[in-house]
Design a protein around this ligand. Sequence first.
Ligand code: HEC
Length: 120
Amino acid sequence: MKKSNKYFRLGVILGMFLLVLAACSSDQSEPAEEPGESEESGGEVAFQEAIDTYQNSCISCHGTDLQGGAGPDLREVGANLSQDEIETVIRDGRGIMPGYASQFSQDQIVELAEWLASKN
Ligand code: HEC
């Protein structure tokens, strides 16, 4: 009887030890998450509509990043052409490039030209 009592007390001590351990480890809560900061792709946002138009109508020839393809590289087009000249190319087309006067509104053409003219 005395012997089993001793083992019982050992068990209780061991159990308490484990409880303390468990309490400590569960205390390591996850670091609180930072409040979400929405990322802004600064600068380009103003021309979002022009970028959308470009993606719908121009990437097939001028590439996803203006890098060119069937059409010339437009990454520095603003260094070669004025906004007016770019508007004319978009409106009337040039060589194998079609004109977009009948597809785009005047505003769309102007915004697209303004955006491209800023590439230099
Ligand atoms: C069918 C293919 C094609 C499509 C679609 C196309 N282009 Fe072009 N683009 C060309 C080609 C080819 C040239 C060069 C024309 C030439 O000088 O003979 C060109 C030239 C240009 C130029 C003048 C570049 C320079 O350095 O002189 C601009 C600006 C331009 N494209 C903008 C656009 C925009 C904006 C769109 C969409 C609205 C567009 N292009 C759609 C083929 C295309």
